[in-house]
Design a protein around this ligand. Structure first.
Ligand code: ADP
Ligand code: MG
Length: 614
């Protein structure tokens, strides 16, 4: 028998090794941003084209590299951060394996400009598929500027497994959130296709959380601050009423490094026991400081799990700290302007003779996000859960609020004035305007009603989908050009598990084997220009929501599909679309909450405006 073992050529070995570190554009962003932080940068700029497929540019004002180091940095296992095995037990930098740059250079086209602070001359280096194309002296800004172009250009199999741009961008945003939260004192900017996503200045933790997750989170943050000899814990936890059904605002950091820790997560959950709505997860931003010799981060290049010495003792400390914070804060719901229910909710007028019954034209099949094609009612069995008159539904909406007694406060003397402006124009749609392509505003007697357009649409679609799943099937519209696609094994498995439900919702998707599928038809009521994007959205969404066997699969599919296909923020609605959304929203059984439990609308009381203009 001849010998059969051969050594792989370097280029192939490099590509295989790269696969360990770089799975998608977000991995490149993570590695390069961490390098910038290790280089002492106080400002890091991230510029992306096409969710990083075409370009990922990361520039920093850190220490820069000499010409020799710039060249060395791309060698596998080249690192300036550790020198001996002993150093592995007290790591204070983000990187230490010396693999990231070698990996990125193996599977992309990389240009590097770098200059040290005490130098007038810097270095330009161009490497593509591990080959050095050019290295020369140059003059550039102090610090380091990486341009990573055409990721996976030489590994088509990997490029094929990239998801839609919106999904890849979501992964990048998640990475940026983690690193930006871990380093609130560092300025970050994130720009995608010339549009700014984040512009973060020098912050403290609270300000950084608010800058990333919006002003509304501010009054929901409860400080945590514990100092023991084993661990210091500081940061914030969210009020129980702010807890959501989906993951997204749960962050642990240890020594300025993001980590996943399911065991510690349970400590937090335990502390919230009995004060959370069922199946919801509270927000938390918790920063641990421990002696670096007491943790092991050396498990796997991309894994974010970290092993602690004395995990169960720390578990107890976390649970006690969170409990204490909740107790100090006195978690009983406070009357607070930002809670929809705490304000004087207008009720339907007692004397109906004074009000004209509003009349509206309802096209139950109208779908606001259907841009080109108009759904024709006769061709499907789809039916909207819309039979009630608007007034009944308005009453229902307000009675829903009434059912939250601790949050509703109607002063007796004010009761007289509490009537909705049932003038015709508040229902005919003339008084609804879209604001910032995100909210729908409408005056009501007691103030200004603010509706979140995306959540409203999610609620509408969700109830429609649920109605369909309960009864007849949505007709499928055959695709002119059936689309085939391939998924990673775990995604394929997940898709197989919901194929039946998707089928009743009008998706005609066939399993081809080998994790390949073909989309033959889509629901007549959906915009079909990008069915694959919707399916990917559903899969991503299903992965990120709490896995609970009790929750019916159908409901989950309906909620995920509603989330994946609802109009987005930034979508400018035509006046008739706004009217349709409003009509359909108030025909829903639960108009005031999105399927994931987020508030759809609120009313800013007139007193607030008066206060503002005092
Ligand atoms: P690691 O971060 O594990 O050391 P990398 O492959 O990410 O490995 O980087 C290799 C080396 O290149 C680093 O150790 C560092 O010396 C240098 N380097 C990388 N990025 C930068 C940067 N933005 N500024 C200065 N030096 C850098
Ligand atoms: Mg690194």
């Amino acid at each position: 028998m001849p010998d059969i073992i051969q050594l792989l050529p370097d280029s192939v070995a490099n590509q295989i090794a790269a696969g360990e570190v770089i799975q998608r554009p977000a991995s490149v962003v993570k590695e390069l941003v961490e390098n910038a932080i290790d280089a002492g940068a106080t400002s890091v700029k991230i510029n992306l084209k096409d969710a990083g497929r075409t370009l990922i540019q990361i520039s920093d004002n850190g220490c820069g590299m000499s010409d020799t180091d710039a060249r060395m940095a791309f060698e596998r296992h080249a690192t300036s951060k550790i020198r001996s095995a002993d150093d592995l037990f007290a790591i204070r930098t983000m990187g230490f394996r010396g693999e990231a740059l070698a990996s990125i250079a193996a599977i992309a086209d990389v240009e590097l400009h770098t200059q040290q602070h005490d130098q007038d001359i810097g270095t330009f280096l161009h490497i593509s598929g591990s080959k050095v194309i050019k290295q020369e002296a140059t003059s550039c800004a102090n610090g380091t500027n990486f341009l990573v172009k055409n990721l996976f250009f030489n590994v088509p199999a990997r490029r094929k497994f990239l998801k839609s741009n919106s999904t890849e961008l979501k992964h990048i945003i998640n990475e940026v959130q983690r690193v930006a939260l871990a380093n609130p004192e560092i300025c970050f900017s994130l720009v995608h296709n010339n549009q700014s996503i984040y512009e973060l200045g020098e912050d403290n933790i609270r300000k950084r959380v608010v800058a990333l997750f919006g002003k509304n989170i501010n009054q929901n943050l409860i400080p945590v601050d514990t100092d023991t000899s084993m661990v210091k814990i500081k940061g914030f936890i969210g009020q129980p009423k702010h807890a959501r059904k989906t993951f997204g605002e749960q962050f642990f950091f240890v020594n300025k490094r993001y980590m996943k820790h399911p065991f510690f997560h349970r400590a937090v959950m335990q502390a919230y026991e009995k004060i959370l709505a069922p199946e919801t997860i509270p927000s938390y931003f918790l920063y641990f400081e421990v002696d670096p010799t007491n943790i092991d981060i050396n498990i796997h290049p991309t894994k974010t799990e970290i092993k602690f010495e004395s995990e169960s003792a720390i578990w107890q400390i976390i649970q006690a700290s969170v409990r204490e914070a909740l107790g100090k804060f006195n978690v009983v719901p406070s009357i607070d302007f930002d809670q929809a229910g705490s304000i004087d909710i207008p009720v339907a007028p007692k004397d109906h003779s004074e009000v004209k019954q509003p009349t509206i034209q309802v096209d139950p099949t109208y779908n606001p996000f259907e841009k080109e094609k108009k759904f024709s009612g006769g061709s499907t069995t789809y039916s909207s859960p819309k039979e009630k008159t608007p007034v009944e539904n308005w009453e229902k909406l307000y009675s829903d609020f009434d059912r939250q007694p601790q949050e509703v406060r109607i002063e007796p003397q004010e009761e007289e004035n509490l009537e909705i402006q049932h003038e015709e124009d508040s229902f005919s749609g003339k008084s609804f305007i879209q604001f910032k392509n995100k909210y729908i505003l409408s005056p009501v007697k007691s103030g200004l009603m603010v509706i979140d357009q995306k959540r409203a649409h999610e609620r509408i679609l969700f109830e429609n989908f649920m109605a369909v799943l309960a009864g007849s099937e949505i007709a499928s519209q055959q695709q002119l050009f059936p689309q085939t696609f391939e998924l990673a094994a775990d995604d394929a498995e997940l898709l197989r598990s919901i194929l039946e439900d998707l089928k009743s919702l009008g998706f005609d998707i066939r399993d081809f084997g080998n994790n390949s599928f073909i989309i033959n038809g889509t629901p007549g009521i959906l915009d079909t220009s990008s069915p694959l994007e919707i399916i990917e959205g559903v899969l991503e969404d299903m992965k990120s929501t709490v896995a609970d066997l009790k929750e019916k699969a159908k409901e989950k599919v309906a909620a995920s599909l509603a989330r994946a296909s609802a109009i987005s923020y930034g979508y400018a609605m035509k006046p008739e679309e706004i009217n349709q959304i409003i009509d359909q929203l108030f025909a829903c059984s639960t108009p005031n909450f999105s399927p994931s439990g987020k508030q759809v609308l609120t009313i800013m009381p007139i007193e607030q405006f008066e206060k503002l203009l005092k």
